[in-house]
Ligand binder design. Structure first.
Ligand code: NAD
Length: 487
């Protein structure tokens, strides 16, 4: 069967007004599980960014003027192309990103949801008729596109974290310049370009420029770019936010998390430990929504720990492309060393390893740490690895205080036999998202997604929120006839 990347001269090229030579060099796309080279990806430099944003700015007004159904049709075709070619997307997510097949399928489903929701945006009402301030005067507030939107995405969920900004931004009449992370340049970039190219998006409206901090920083301050939609670490988000602020651009920051899973004393511990294992270990814990702090009431703590450790010990780790595994590799050695350093330092500070704590190459065993206290590194830092630190608390009040004892504020989850107790607790948690009787990893294309504190600036993706993010209001008045003024 032919594939989307077949016959397209994308190797060593970038998508910027067709497939053109990249000026930032060529990078090997490496499979983390094996070290095999999968492809040679073209890297953009700062001049490529400037050329792309200028082209995007020139193409955008025509697209903004297109009728809503025309824009919607492109988004619907993109969804159809993704659906028809999902096996190819999933294979790249597995091999390039180290995802297990279930995570890859989940990610494609999420991306489809984003495209379907985005396809519905262009035909929704786009303004209000306002009360007239004088007889005969018509006054409207209407949503207009921003112009060129710069999207900067990370490697951990590369497809969805590119698409969730690219799709609504395009649907609402913007042009987009996407800079995916170089480690997943194909699944977060090249394939996104091919998707929209095959869907018939008019030329010049989407540019895909893999690259590192240089082109990312250039995109952030580029005068043709009206908004930056950034997903990545808090440290880089601070820099991007500061640079975008100085340039007076709109900026959406979706950053790191250090998320609490609270287990109350009336929880079903079999279910709670399963939620805990899923929340902590899916995609090797490399998710912004990972359950990085398990906060458990003391009367059930020992049983929760035992069940969680048993689940962790039973999870196979290995190459997700060739083996039946639950966890694949970490993305790179730097990330592996970061995870291992936090585990070592936390154990040195008095925590006990109940499962895992070891690794072979990039394959880190799912790890459960007991006797963790809020002063330890595994509690304070975003680990971004398959580690479940368990903190024991006396009661609900202490659980809330410990959960809120972080500068992050992305998501929290509560396990309890009493939904009312969970609902009450949800109101006391300082996060952008709370799930009761669930785990922390959830994403609906039509729900507002975003964090507080150092997890981001409170921006949101998701249907109505996408209007707020990717358009701005314009007040327009009409009179049949102009009239004179006192001067
Ligand atoms: P990162 O911040 O290192 O990189 C993210 C992106 O920013 C990459 O494309 C990178 O090339 C680019 N970049 C790096 N320096 C830049 C600069 N100076 N200017 C502009 N762009 C620059 O993050 P990462 O390690 O790739 O991703 C992991 C982090 O992302 C974690 O902290 C995770 O929690 C967070 N994340 C957040 C969400 C969310 O929705 N809140 C989702 C996924 C990941």
């Amino acid at each position: 069967m032919s594939e989307l990347l077949d016959g397209v001269p994308w190797r060593g090229a970038i998508y910027s007004g067709g497939w053109v030579p990249a000026h930032g060099g060529v990078l090997d796309s490496v499979e983390p599980a094996t070290g095999a080279v999968l492809a040679e990806v073209g890297l953009a430099d700062e001049a490529d960014v400037a050329a792309a944003t200028a082209r995007a700015a020139a193409a955008q007004p025509g697209w903004a003027a297109a009728i809503g159904p025309e824009r919607a049709a492109v988004l619907r075709r993109a969804a159809a192309v993704l659906s028809d070619n999902r096996a190819e997307f999933e294979r790249w997510l597995v091999r390039e990103g180290g995802a297990v097949p279930g995570k890859a399928a989940f990610e494609v489903d999420l991306a489809l949801g984003e495209l379907w929701e985005a396809a519905a945006l262009p035909t929704q009402p786009w303004g209000h008729l306002l009360p007239a301030s004088e007889p005969g005067r018509e006054s409207v507030a209407r949503r207009v596109p921003l112009g060129v939107v710069g999207v900067i995405s990370p490697w951990n969920f590369p497809l969805i974290l590119s698409i969730r900004a690219v799709a609504p931004a395009l649907a609402l009449g913007n042009a987009v310049v996407l800079k995916p992370d170089v480690q997943t340049a194909v699944s977060g970039g090249t394939l996104v370009a091919r998707l929209f190219e095959a869907a018939g998006l008019p030329d010049g409206l989407l540019h895909v420029l893999p690259g590192d901090a240089g082109p990312g920083a250039a995109l952030t301050v580029d005068p043709h770019v009206a908004m930056i939609a950034f997903t990545g670490s808090t440290a880089v988000g601070r820099e991007v936010g500061a640079a975008a602020g100085r340039a007076l651009k709109r900026v959406s920051l979706e950053l790191g998390g250090n998320n609490a899973l609270i287990v109350l004393d009336d929880a079903d511990l079999d279910v709670a430990s399963s939620a805990g294992a899923w929340g902590a270990f899916l995609h090797q814990g490399q998710v912004c929504m990972t359950a990085g702090r398990h906060i458990v009431l003391e009367s059930v703590a020992e049983e929760y720990l035992g069940r969680l450790a048993k689940r962790a010990q039973g999870l196979p780790v290995g190459d997700p492309y060739t083996g039946q595994v639950a966890l694949g590799p970490l993305i790179n050695e730097r990330q592996r060393d970061h995870v291992d350093r936090i585990v070592r330092e936390t154990v040195a500070a008095g925590a006990e390893v109940r499962a895992g704590g070891t690794h072979e190459g990039l394959f880190y065993r799912p790890t459960v740490l007991a006797d963790v206290t809020p002063s330890m590194p595994a509690f304070r830092e975003e680990i971004f690895g398959p580690v479940a630190p368990v903190v024991v608390v006396r009661d609900e009040d202490e659980a809330v205080a410990v959960a809120n004892d972080t500068a992050y504020g992305l998501v929290a989850a509560v396990q309890t036999g009493s939904p009312e107790r969970g609902r009450e607790l949800a109101g006391r948690l300082r996060t952008g998202i709370v799930h009761i009787n669930d785990q922390t990893l959830n994403n609906d294309a039509y729900a507002p997604f975003g964090g507080t504190g150092v997890s981001g600036n409170g921006s949101r993706f998701g249907t109505q929120s996408s209007w707020d993010e990717f358009t701005q209001w314009q007040w327009v008045t009409f009179r049949e006839q102009a009239h004179a003024f006192p001067f």
